[in-house]
Design a protein around this ligand. Structure first.
Ligand SMILES: Cc1ncc(COP(=O)(O)O)c(C=O)c1O
Length: 389
C-alpha cells in the first residue's frame, strides 16, 4: 500500500524545478496595490503591477464595491444562465460595448477563461488558429483545449506566408500588447491579412484597454478600428480598470455564440455582482480621466530617456511594460535581488516565460508613479553590478 500516491512524482517535479532555478515563491503583500507597497514588513517601491492607471485602491472604487455589496450581497450564487446574472452584470456589459464601440460585450470571471471560451467556440476542433509566437499562455492553452490546429507566426509578413500555405478560414490570434515585451500588434495589417484569408482576428488587449488608443479604447482603436465583423476583442478588468474580471467585445452573433456554447462561461459561477458594479465605476473613471494616461505617457518617456542615457538594453516599447534585457537567468535574478536591497520591487522574468538568453527585468510603470519614482529606479539600475558570468 502506498500512503502518498503523489509523493514520488511531486518530489521529482520539485527537484527538477529547483535544479533549473525555476522555483517560484509568493510573497504576501499587506498593503493596497500602489507604487509604495508593504511586503513582510518592508516598504518597497513597486514596478511590478498592471494597475496602469493607479485605480486598484481608488476610494471611489472601494465605495462602488461596498455599494454593490449592500445592494446585491457578496456572491452571485449561481452561473449566468441559471440565475446568477444580475442587472449589474448587464449594465457593465452595455457600458463595455459602448466604450469599445461594438454591438455587444460579454463579461467573464477572468481573461484566461475568456480566451479559452473564444478559441473553443470560434475555432472548434480541426479549425486552424494562427498565433503569434509571443502570445499569452491563456491563448496558447486555448488552442490546446479547442483541439485546433496551431500555426505559429513571427510577424505580419510571416503570417501572410503561413496563411498562403494553409487552407482558408480559421482565426488569427494575437496579443494587442505583448505582455513580456511591451510592443503592440499591427492590428490593421493583421485584420487585412486575416480577412483576405477568410479568417477572423482575435485581439487579446489585456494590457491595452484603458491605456492604449484614443481614450484608452485599445489597440484596434489605435489603428482607427472600433468594430469590424471579422474582429473580436478581449480585455481584462483587473489591469488598467483596477478591479477584476474580463470581457469580450464583438458582433452580436459572436457574443450570442459565447453565451450559448462557451463552457468557461456556462459552467462557472457568475462574477460577484458587487464586482461588476465596481468594474463599471473603474471603466467610467478610466474613460473620463485622460490625465492618468497623460501621466503614464510622461513616466514612460522619462524612463526611456533615462534608460537610453544609461545604455540599458530596452525593447522598442511605447507602453507601460518596459523590459530591461539582461540575458542570463541567474543574472536577472541577482539584479532583481540587488534592486530589492535598494527598496525596489522589480520582478525578473526567465525562460521558459521568455526565450532563452533574454531573461529580463520586467518594469511596469503606472500613472500613480511620480517622476521621482522613475529617477529612483534609474539610479538603482545604474548601480547594478555587472554580470559576472
Ligand atoms: C495578455 C494577457 N491575456 C490574458 C491574461 C489573463 O487575464 P486575467 O488575469 O483576467 O485572467 C493576461 C494576464 O493576466 C495577459 O497578460
Amino acid at each position: 500500500m502506498i500512503d502518498d500516491p503523489f509523493a514520488s512524482t511531486l518530489e521529482r517535479m520539485f527537484a527538477r524545478l529547483r535544479a533549473q532555478r525555476l522555483w517560484r515563491r509568493r510573497e504576501p503583500r499587506s498593503s493596497p496595490q500602489a507604487p509604495s507597497i508593504q511586503i513582510q514588513g518592508e516598504t518597497l517601491l513597486s514596478f511590478a503591477s498592471n494597475d496602469y492607471l493607479g485605480l486598484a485602491a481608488d476610494p471611489r472604487l472601494v465605495e462602488a464595491w461596498c455599494e454593490g455589496a449592500r445592494r446585491y450581497g457578496v456572491g452571485a450564487g449561481a452561473s449566468h444562465l441559471l440565475g446568477g446574472h444580475t442587472q449589474a452584470h448587464h449594465e457593465l456589459e452595455e457600458a463595455l460595448a459602448v466604450f469599445v464601440g461594438t454591438p455587444r460585450a460579454l463579461i467573464f470571471s477572468t481573461g484566461y477563461m475568456a480566451n479559452l471560451a473564444l478559441v473553443t467556440v470560434l475555432c472548434p476542433r480541426h479549425g486552424t488558429v494562427f498565433e503569434d509566437r509571443r502570445n499569452h499562455a491563456s491563448l496558447i492553452d486555448a488552442v490546446t483545449l479547442a483541439q485546433a490546429r496551431r500555426r505559429r507566426y513571427r510577424d505580419t509578413a510571416d503570417l501572410r506566408r503561413v496563411l498562403a500555405g494553409t487552407g482558408p478560414g480559421g482565426i488569427v490570434a494575437s496579443d494587442g500588447v505583448f505582455s513580456m515585451d511591451g510592443d503592440t500588434a499591427d492590428v490593421a495589417p493583421l485584420l487585412a491579412a486575416a480577412q483576405a484569408h477568410g479568417a477572423g482576428l482575435l485581439i487579446d488587449d489585456a494590457h491595452a484597454f484603458g491605456v492604449v488608443g484614443p481614450g484608452g479604447r485599445g489597440s484596434a482603436a489605435a489603428h482607427g478600428i472600433s468594430h469590424h465583423p471579422a474582429l473580436v476583442q478581449m480585455g481584462t478588468l483587473g489591469k488598467a480598470f483596477g478591479v477584476f474580471g474580463a470581457f469580450v467585445a464583438g458582433s452580436a452573433d459572436v457574443i450570442e455564440a459565447l453565451i450559448q456554447r462557451a463552457r468557461p462561461y456556462i459552467y462557472t459561477t457568475a462574477m460577484p455582482p458587487a464586482m461588476a458594479v465596481c468594474a463599471q465605476a473603474g471603466l467610467a473613471i478610466a474613460a473620463a480621466e485622460e490625465y492618468r494616461r497623460a501621466a503614464l505617457r510622461e513616466r514612460i518617456r522619462e524612463f526611456r530617456a533615462g534608460a537610453a542615457a544609461l545604455g540599458l538594453r530596452v525593447l522598442p516599447s511605447s507602453t507601460a511594460i518596459q523590459p530591461v534585457i539582461l540575458g542570463d537567468a541567474a543574472y536577472a535574478l541577482s539584479a532583481s535581488a540587488a534592486l530589492r536591497r535598494h527598496g525596489l520591487h522589480v520582478p525578473a522574468i526567465r525562460p521558459p516565460t521568455v526565450a532563452s538568453g533574454t531573461a529580463r527585468l520586467r518594469i511596469t510603470l503606472t500613472a500613480a508613479h511620480t517622476r521621482d519614482d522613475v529617477e529612483r529606479l534609474l539610479g538603482a539600475l545604474a548601480a547594478l553590478p555587472p554580470d559576472s558570468a
